[in-house]
Design a protein around this ligand. Structure first.
Ligand code: GLU
Length: 306
């Protein structure tokens, strides 16, 4: 059973490691964030919430948004089409922004690396990036159970100005027939979806919904299909921590999705959702303090999958 005391202890333990990490330097606006922040929040299947540390501090969702854009694209285009024509479901072992496999394999390996997420983003219905983003934002608010979630304009601008690597991926995908529609509109939407401000509480709500088979623990409303929740938890386990997914499965053993803003979403089916925030990252782009807190919890809770 998770308790407030256990969360506080996990936080204390995680804090010992934060100095070993650094904020993401390739997006200037993210580099400026105070790297010593750390917070955690757990949401149970009856909607009960426990928090410790900086669990209400806003940070940008970054790659955790790839869960939400995937849900939207599955709704718009169907899982069969998406996973057959646009993106695979296999881990790559390469960094999140790698371009290397695009030439040898047409479809990106999975929807959680940048190439895969950009391909998925192009499949979301909407005539413009604004229309796609409106739909994305409204779903994010629902899934996180927070109507006040907004775009962080500064991070969005910073990403857009410096996102040449993502531009390269997108144009390559367009040339090979995977990316649909206008490349710049798709990229604009992608930069926006990564730049939405959330808190560890919001991420815990999203994770709790995935753990609860698509049903919001607080309101009991069925918001996504249980099949989608299951597919996403599986992808989180195999591809959610970039090229650190294998090691994370061995040391922590939870389905999780990280983002370079320092967030980690953890979804334990039928048990709880966890949201973590710790912007000091390791060399793979995962939150150093966040991983240590989760290691601590997985040891004490005895609820790892393996
Ligand atoms: N906006 C980031 C990028 O595309 C997201 C990466 C991440 O969180 O993994 O580079």
């Amino acid at each position: 059973m998770i308790t407030q005391e256990l969360l506080e202890d996990a936080l204390k333990y995680g804090k010992c490691f934060v100095r070993n990490g650094n904020t993401a330097s390739y997006i200037p606006e993210l580099q400026r964030v105070n790297k010593y922040q750390l917070g955690i929040c757990a949401v149970g299947m009856d909607g009960e919430v426990m928090e410790a540390g900086d669990s209400r501090v806003p940070f940008t969702i970054q790659s955790i948004s790839k869960i939400i854009s995937l849900i939207l694209a599955i709704r718009d285009r169907g899982a069969d089409y998406l996973f057959h024509d646009k993106v695979g479901v296999e881990p790559t072992g390469d960094p999140f922004n790698s371009i290397i496999k695009l030439e040898t394999k047409t479809r990106p390996f999975n929807p959680f690396i940048n190439a895969g997420a950009i391909a998925v983003a192009s499949c979301i219905n909407g005539d413009s990036s604004d229309e796609k983003f409106e739909r994305f934002l409204s779903l994010t608010r629902k899934l996180c159970n927070n109507e006040t979630i907004e775009l962080n304009e500064n991070v969005y601008r910073s990403e857009k100005e410096t996102g040449d690597r993502n531009r390269a991926l997108a144009y390559y995908l367009k040339a090979s027939g995977v990316l649909e529609g206008d490349v710049e509109e798709c990229l604009d939407f992608y930069f926006k979806m990564c730049s939405v401000n959330v808190t560890a509480l919001d991420v815990a709500n999203l994770s709790g919904l995935l753990a609860n088979h698509g049903c919001c623990p607080a309101t009991k409303e069925a918001l996504i299909e249980s099949q989608s929740a299951k597919a996403i938890r599986a992808l989180m386990l195999t591809c959610g921590m970039y090229d650190g997914s294998g090691e994370f499965a061995m040391t922590v053993g939870f389905p999780a999705k990280s983002g370079v803003g320092g967030g980690i979403a953890v979804s334990l089916a039928g048990r709880m959702g966890i949201g973590v925030f710790g912007p000091a990252l390791d060399e793979k782009g995962n939150s150093v303090g966040g991983i240590k807190m989760l290691e601590f919890l997985s040891d004490r809770l005895n609820c790892q999958l393996f």
